[in-house]
Design a protein around this ligand. Structure first.
Ligand SMILES: Nc1ncnc2c1ncn2[C@@H]1O[C@H](COP(=O)(O)OP(=O)(O)OP(=O)(O)O)[C@@H](O)[C@H]1O
Ligand SMILES: [Mg+2]
Length: 454
């Protein structure tokens, strides 16, 4: 299987079943997919093997002579945090399946199952395991230039940052709001030979247009009313270092003309002076708007766009970086927890599913704020889907994981029973069936959890 970082891995799976036929079918099918398969014919043998070897996944039958699969599930859950567990059962029995899920099996598979069902269930458990591992365990965080990320798109970003640090070329950094444009700009500056000189960020959109020119280039005494003395601008402050022209799309066309002149000649004119001065300042620029689109609309100078667009780093939105969402959840949860004197958050599989599917319109900034709020507000460490914002839960598709009708029925009956504290009369009423039918469904499923042949 291909894991989140895209590398091919050979996961180790232990199959525990008293039926030789089932063991053989599983071994043959799963080996053909590249998994490394071990088998045991009962729970005792499984304990023995688990004491010696490490596994990514344990697949166990439920009903076996001597010790039940449930014992094995409990053992794995309590002792082997890095292993997934999947149960095979003869029928989606209310007791068997629910007990198995309660005791910690990630998934269960009902016999008879197709090869496809087997593969997709195994992949689902391993995928959950991998996500849980990234977000909850103390592996070293993939961090470069102070930037968290290990997804394919981020590896490409790191490559571009490395290139950008070894040249003085202008770099245009684009991407949605909160994707880390300023972080990348800082990484380029501090990784470059100019790192000991200042890094000066200028938010072009936040400075009133009539002030921007003098803020950038400085002014001489008497240049305008209120210019009581000569003052240096950001370009001079950043001399020998880097100026970061943030939100460059927000500049007016006349200002763009002045910037173009600086970019072409490497010279600036202080406001009120006609003397051009040379500046040795590296220029980085960022925009969260599509500059080529603004050029088409006549809102951005085409020649300035080409000047800026020598090296373009386009930051992908968070929703396109699944594995990074997991790393960032952990990074910010550890950071906030430390600041608050609390333990880092832990995320259930269901919570992770919601957070991965959420579209994160504010990207990393939104994720950071969200985690900070959770750390402060929650009185426990485990984050459940109900702790998330309704807008996040709303974005979860209705049918994330497909269940068979029989499985859905089992789950629904159990939920209703739980909600009425096991009162069968009330449960039957809510379910719209009579007590006898409910009793039949319960006893039928209870009896038939023996291991059927596949
Ligand atoms: N990959 C990352 N790893 C760790 N922190 C990150 C990462 N990307 C962004 N951040 C953090 O997220 C926040 C937003 O990042 P930044 O200000 O660089 O985004 P931006 O693209 O400049 O946003 P805007 O368009 O709103 O200006 C910052 O606190 C930054 O430190
Ligand atoms: Mg920014």
């Amino acid at each position: 299987m291909t894991n989140l970082s895209g590398s091919i891995s050979r996961e180790r799976i232990l199959v525990v079943d008293d039926s030789a036929a089932t063991r053989e079918v599983l071994q043959r099918n799963l080996s053909s997919k590249g998994y490394h398969i071990f088998t045991a014919s009962d729970v005792e043998e499984a304990f023995h093997i688990l004491g010696k070897e490490k596994f990514d996944l344990v697949i166990t039958d439920l009903k076996m002579p001597k010790i039940s699969g449930l014992e094995l599930i409990k053992y794995v859950r309590e002792n082997l945090a890095n292993s997934g567990i999947m149960m095979i059962t003869g029928y989606p029995s209310i007791n068997g399946a629910v007990d198995a899920m309660k005791s910690g099996a990630e998934e269960y598979l009902v016999k008879p199952f197709t090869d496809e069902e087997l593969f997709s269930t195994v992949e689902r458990v391993l995928d959950k395991l991998h996500k849980r591992h990234l977000v909850n365990s103390a592996v070293v965080l993939a961090k470069k230039h102070g930037i968290i990320g290990q997804s394919k798109p981020m590896q490409e970003i790191f490559r571009l940052i490395d290139k950008a640090t070894s040249t003085d070329a202008i770099v245009l950094i684009s991407g949605e709001s909160g994707t880390g444009k300023e972080l990348v700009a800082r990484a380029i500056h501090y990784g470059s030979s100019k790192c000991s000189a200042p890094f000066v960020p200028v938010n072009c959109g936040a400075i009133p247009d009539n002030l921007l020119e003098s803020e950038l280039f400085g002014h001489i005494k008497g240049a305008f009313t209120g210019a009581c003395e000569t003052r240096a601008g950001f370009f001079q402050t950043a001399e020998g270092g880097t100026i970061f022209l943030d939100e460059i799309s927000d500049t007016t066309l006349p200002m763009q003309t002045k910037l173009l002149r600086v970019l072409q000649n490497k010279e600036i004119c202080m406001v009120g002076s006609s003397r051009a001065r040379r500046v040795e300042t590296r220029i980085l620029a960022a925009s969260n708007k599509d500059l080529s689109l603004l050029v088409k609309k006549g809102l951005f100078r085409e020649d300035l766009f080409y000047r800026l667009n020598v090296v373009n780093i386009v930051l992908p939105p968070l929703r396109e970086r699944e594995s990074d969402i997991l790393l960032l959840l952990r990074y910010f949860s550890e950071k906030s927890a430390k600041a608050e004197g609390k333990q880092p958050l832990r995320f259930t599989d269901e919570t992770l599913q919601v957070l991965i599917r959420y579209s994160w319109p504010g990207n990393i900034r939104e994720l950071e704020n969200f985690i900070q709020r959770l750390v402060i507000m929650l009185d426990r460490e485990t984050v459940k889907p109900t702790d998330l914002l309704p807008s996040m839960r709303y974005s979860l598709p209705q049918s994330g994981v497909y269940k068979t009708l029989a499985e859905a029925e089992v789950e629904h009956i159990q939920n209703v029973l739980d909600s009425v504290d096991g009162n069968k009369t009330r449960a039957a009423e809510i379910l719209g069936i009579d007590r006898k039918t409910l009793r039949e469904k319960l006893s039928h499923t209870r009896d038939s959890s023996s291991s059927n042949p596949i």
